[in-house]
Ligand binder design. Structure first.
Ligand code: TXA
Ligand code: MG
Length: 425
């Protein structure tokens, strides 16, 4: 055991040195269209593809993956940048293209339960609570931590840890690609490290052009932000949400309640930073989005909150907030400010009533539709950034259902939080 670990440690160090070498060749990045509606799956999880164009694009992408190249592809959450998860050289190209710190582990994506088994230790029995979660939410935006099979999964994927993060995506293009490549596909979001995750092929092309071999364009992503990362490997049997995402805490709790028998203890669902803290873990990149800068466009983002502030904070009036921005504009220049607000937000009319600013609204759906806000968050940040606004202001939403993941991402994207006097709106 010890000798096999030191062997892995040695391999890991060699891989780290390999990563610090920039990629030699620039790619002539291809973009190929795929029609998700033309793909279905037979009972053995094999893809059946009716469109010639989609079939050819998927076969080309699978061939590139098998040839140790990187391919960006749509998932139901965000676009992923994929490489063969079982090949360290292939996966190292993901880190190089993204400029990703090598100690930030990757999610391995599988297309079938049989492929999942290939990544796990031979004697490992999947815990009953994971069986419930997989039955309810796979394929879909849920990532589970498993003990890793060190003989199969390179240490680069797991950042040399004992666990590997695995999910089975539901997007037909993603699942078909993994099945055709017939290997687990490591895929972080297909953006340069630190930037918002891409939800359209255009976002990927703008960021990754020349850095990767191919982008499959399957249209916009439905969920719009990343999967929920769950660690259910603790002895207390509770589930720890390391990153809120496309599957809501409420959805997980409902599934557990529906499936657990009378007299069985229903595991608690604990959300990192809301229900539990772990200082050591927070210094490690294995808590998604904690150690490194995340989700930030090139322009500053301000988060506006209109719920009661912490007792140490004095809320501001809308007028004082707008005046403080306007006072910072370069002399003689009108500021363009992106305003990401729910469509029924009273704040929008109050803010845009002030002159001296060109307001560029980007609507996040109604306040009762957190799933729409989540779906539009990264698209809004990237769209407004590309339009060349000077600043993006995002209104906070309730931290419920998909709103929990929305607020998790926007809190990390924002350099500043302003509390608005709730009596005004
Ligand atoms: O929806 C998604 O999950 C997207 C799509 C492409 O599938 N992928 C994605 O990957 O968001 P990425 O690399 O951007 O985020 C994965 C997060 C990382 O922040 C990492 O810290 C965490 O998952 N992670 C990966 N392996 C882990 C492990 N063994 N233990 C704890 N966290 C892990
Ligand atoms: Mg990411």
């Amino acid at each position: 055991m010890l000798s096999s670990l030191s062997r892995l440690g040695f391999t890991f160090k060699r891989l780290l040195s390999l990563l610090s070498t920039p990629p030699k060749m620039a790619y002539n990045t291809e973009v190929l269209r795929c029609d998700p509606a033309s793909i279905s799956f037979d009972s053995a999880s094999r893809p059946v593809i009716s469109s010639q164009e989609t079939s050819a694009a998927l076969l080309r992408a699978a061939k590139l993956l098998n040839g140790k190249e990187t391919v960006a592809f749509p998932t139901e959450t965000v676009y992923g940048l994929g490489a063969d998860a079982l090949d360290a050289i292939a996966s190292s190209k993901i880190y190089a293209a993204k400029g990703r710190p090598p100690d930030n582990p990757l999610i391995a994506h599988v297309s079938s339960h049989e492929m999942l088994q290939r990544l796990l230790p031979h004697s490992y029995a999947i815990p009953p609570v994971y069986e419930i979660l997989m039955r309810h939410f796979w394929p879909g935006p849920l990532t589970l931590l498993f003990p890793t099979n060190h003989e199969v999964v390179p240490p680069l994927i797991t950042a040399n840890q004992p666990t590997v993060a695995i999910r089975m995506p539901s997007h037909p293009v993603a699942r078909a690609l993994i099945a055709l490549a017939d290997t687990a596909v490591a895929a972080p979001s297909a953006n340069s490290s630190g930037r918002p995750s891409p939800t359209r092929a255009e976002h990927v092309l703008k960021d990754m052009n020349g850095k990767i071999a191919l982008i499959l364009d399957g249209g916009p992503c439905d969920v719009g932000l990343e999967s929920t990362v769950v660690d259910g490997l603790h002895e207390d049997g509770n589930l720890r949400i390391l990153r809120p995402g496309g599957i809501t805490v409420e959805g997980i709790e409902n599934a557990l309640r529906a499936e657990m028998g009378d007299g069985e203890t229903v595991p608690k669902v604990l959300v990192h930073r809301r229900d539990f803290r772990d200082e050591a873990m927070e210094q490690a990149p294995t808590t998604p989005g904690m150690k490194y800068r995340h989700y930030s466009p090139t322009v500053p983002v301000v988060l506006l909150r209109i719920t009661a502030p912490p007792s140490s904070v004095q809320p501001q009036s809308v007028q004082a907030f707008v005046e403080s921005i306007v006072s910072k504009r370069p002399h003689g220049k009108q500021m363009r400010i992106g305003l990401m607000v729910p469509s029924d937000s009273p704040l929008r009319a109050r803010m845009t009533a002030f002159g001296g600013v060109e307001w560029v609204p980007y609507l996040l759906g109604r306040r009762s539709e957190p799933e729409v806000s989540a779906q539009r968050l990264f698209d809004g940040l990237l769209t407004l950034d590309n339009m060349g606004v000077d600043l993006i202001v995002v209104e906070a939403i309730k931290e419920e259902k998909e709103g929990l993941a929305f607020m998790n991402r926007v809190s990390k994207a924002a350099g500043e939080t302003i509390w608005i006097d709730s009596s005004e709106v």
